[in-house]
Design a protein around this ligand. Structure first.
Ligand SMILES: [Zn+2]
Length: 332
């Protein structure tokens, strides 16, 4: 039986191309919650939020929120909250063990069920989610900035409903939008309550900017954050001009997740060096083996979403499978 360290040792390490900003200056929040800064325009309008560091090693969001705070970006209408999530994990980042600080005790993007938030369990991440919850409860429009284990084009995770897809379409980038209901092992912030149900004025997007430590991911994060703030009406283009990357017009593609491939052994391996968004033409193509079990594509033109073995373990989702859809195929 292989250990996770042995699995990771076979994977290509990525260089850390970006600097981890010192965010300690943002510790004192504006309303008594550490690392949470809310600005009120005094004008009517939605409460808009950009969250960084839901995962502690996903630095492109931290760079972006740090830069937005440094730039003194304020909302022209409604309220704007800029926040850092799992700061405890971020502060423990070790360049010699770059995958280790996604979280400290548990994944902070799997705890967003009311029963867990109001339950008796304790963990660093649950307690942080509880501290953030009063703010999250008042947010109308959320952008949660993430990045990926593997180098791959950026993807937007728009949730299971059409309102999320339409929000991603309003941003116009990135090219690939994933329509998905999340993970079986716990709820993401972007699916929490009004973001994930039919509440019309609440919506959320989760951007995966690219590989955690690449310069390209930093550029993507800054650009998406600026476009999100413009589309929500929080700012005008001139306010965030230095964050924008000139757009190459592209047709967006919408992919709906149909299956999660969950490893049952530590002897899991992919049949190729998949990095994400590979399109497998024929149904029945073997994409991985898990012990004695062959994993095959269930339909033609199956797209692989975020294949990765960096957190391999029995019960861990190692890749998701998706099909191409149109907006009208997605439930309201
Ligand atoms: Zn993440």
């Amino acid at each position: 039986m292989k250990t996770l360290d042995q699995v990771r040792a076979t994977l290509q390490p990525y260089p850390v191309e970006v600097e981890f900003p010192d965010i300690s200056r943002w510790q004192a929040g504006t309303h008594g919650i550490d690392y949470v800064h809310t600005f009120d325009s005094g004008q009517p309008g939605p409460h808009v939020m950009i969250m960084a560091l839901t995962h502690g090693n996903e630095v492109s969001g931290a760079i972006t929120v740090d830069a937005l705070l440094q730039a003194g970006i304020k909302p022209r209408q409604g309220r704007l909250t800029l926040a850092f999530g799992n700061v405890e994990a971020y502060e423990r980042f070790d360049p010699q063990d770059i995958d280790a600080t996604r979280y400290v005790e548990e994944d902070m993007n799997r705890v967003w069920q009311v029963e867990r938030l109001e339950g008796a369990e304790e963990s660093i991440e649950l307690n942080r989610a509880r501290a953030l919850r009063p703010v999250i409860d008042s947010v109308d429009l959320l952008l949660d900035i993430h990045s990926m284990h593997e180098e791959a084009p950026p993807v937007m995770m728009s949730g299971a409903r059409r309102k999320g897809l339409e929000f991603a379409a309003a941003l116009g980038v990135p090219e690939v939008v994933i329509v998905d209901g999340g993970h079986p092992n716990g709820k993401r912030m972007r699916d929490y309550q009004g973001f994930g149900d039919a509440t019309p004025h609440k919506n959320a997007l989760l951007i995966e900017t690219g590989q955690h430590f690449s310069r390209r991911s930093e550029r993507v994060a800054r650009d998406i954050a600026a476009r999100f703030l413009m589309v929500t009406g929080a700012v005008e283009e001139t306010d965030v001009a230095t964050f924008l990357t000139p757009l190459q017009p592209t047709q967006q593609r919408f992919l709906q997740v149909t299956n999660a491939v969950v490893a049952s052994t530590m002897d899991f391996s992919f049949s190729d060096d998949f990095r994400g968004l590979e399109l497998i033409e024929r149904a029945g193509t073997v994409i991985a083996t898990d012990g004695d079990r062959a994993i095959v594509t269930p339909y033609d033109n199956c797209v692989l979403v975020q294949p990765s073995l960096r957190h391999l373990g029995p019960g861990v989702t190692v890749v998701r499978l998706a099909k191409v859809v149109n907006a009208q195929d997605v439930p309201e």
